[in-house]
Design a protein around this ligand. Structure first.
Ligand SMILES: Nc1ncnc2c1ncn2[C@@H]1O[C@H](COP(=O)(O)OP(=O)(O)O)[C@@H](O)[C@H]1O
Ligand SMILES: [Mg+2]
Length: 275
């Protein structure tokens, strides 16, 4: 990694339930399996999904005496959702301290953000080297990125989340001359080729160069992404005959999807161990 310390991936989207925390955990395990030191910061104090996922993993490891890779994890909680003045400054300082602490000891740092317009989330976005935005395959989810003409299905204009990212990118360029790479991916894709799926595909292809993101292939809707949360495991931890789940074709395909996703993130990876 560079002299700046860890490479930072922010998983963000102002919409909840798009798979941010699930994807953060799966990307983390993929990277840890490559031998990288991974850190994670949870900015979603209310749901704390990623924090619970990591805690569950630690409990599973202790219970089962298993040797699974673990991230260095912290969460940063806002002192007050509407903090202003000194309280706001203190929160921002705590996040900055946390990022700097982690940066020094990790190769890759993932920041999971809440699905709302919150000042900590907005600040979290400013640290991104890569911003990963998952979308459910729905026109409702797409609405955070762009307004679409219902007659022609063509993009009318960028929407509020895209505007926010544009502002943050501009600020980063002014502050340290850095650019943020933005990757948008679709999550929970159905296996069926519906009209809705094609419409969203076309809109995202049109939108990508306009607001400056790369489109990654995305993840399918699969039960395996949700059934191992309580044990803190992911499908990448499955070994044949282990953890009470046997590996099937769907799991193998899911691993391939995840590999493709991590590849699409364009990370400066030095260790390339197969996962
Ligand atoms: N690819 C997927 N297939 C099936 N279920 C998924 C997938 N990705 C996420 N989920 C489920 O979708 C819900 C929302 O995911 P979550 O990671 O909590 O989203 P967010 O962090 O954006 O709010 C959870 O129930 C999760 O288990
Ligand atoms: Mg979440």
């Amino acid at each position: 990694m560079g002299t700046q310390g860890a490479y930072i991936i922010v998983v963000g989207n102002e919409k909840g339930g798009t798979g941010k925390s699930t994807i953060a955990m799966h990307v983390m395990v993929n990277l840890m399996n490559r031998g990288l030191r991974v850190g994670s910061i949870d900015l979603d104090a209310r749901q704390a999904t990623l924090t619970r996922y990591v805690e569950n993993r630690q409990l599973f490891i202790t219970r089962q005496h298993m040797n699974l890779p673990m991230p260095v994890h912290e969460s940063v909680v806002a002192s007050d959702p509407y903090a202003t003045g000194m309280a706001l400054e203190e929160d921002l300082q705590r996040l900055d301290d946390c990022v700097n602490r982690m940066r020094a000891v990790c190769d890759i740092l993932l920041i999971d953000t809440p699905g709302s317009d919150h000042y900590l989330s907005r600040l979290g976005h400013t640290y991104a080297d890569t911003l990963l935005t998952p979308l459910n395959d729905s026109l409702i989810d797409l609405d955070v990125l762009a307004r679409v003409n219902p007659e022609t299905m063509r993009v009318r204009c960028p929407s509020y989340y895209s505007e926010m990212i544009w502002q943050i990118r501009k600020q980063r360029a002014i502050d340290d001359g850095a650019s943020i790479s933005w990757v948008v991916m679709r999550n929970r894709l159905s296996q069926i080729n519906t009209r809705n799926k094609r419409d969203i595909d076309n809109i995202l292809i049109e939108l990508a160069p306009r607001i400056g993101f790369h489109l990654a292939a995305g993840l399918s809707e699969r039960v395996i992404y949700r059934e191992m949360f309580l044990r803190g495991l992911t499908l990448l931890d499955l070994r044949e005959g282990g953890a009470g789940v046997s590996l099937n074709m769907s799991h193998v395909a899911a691993r391939q999807e995840l590999r493709a996703l991590v590849q699409a993130l364009g990370l400066p990876l030095q260790t390339q161990r197969t996962t």
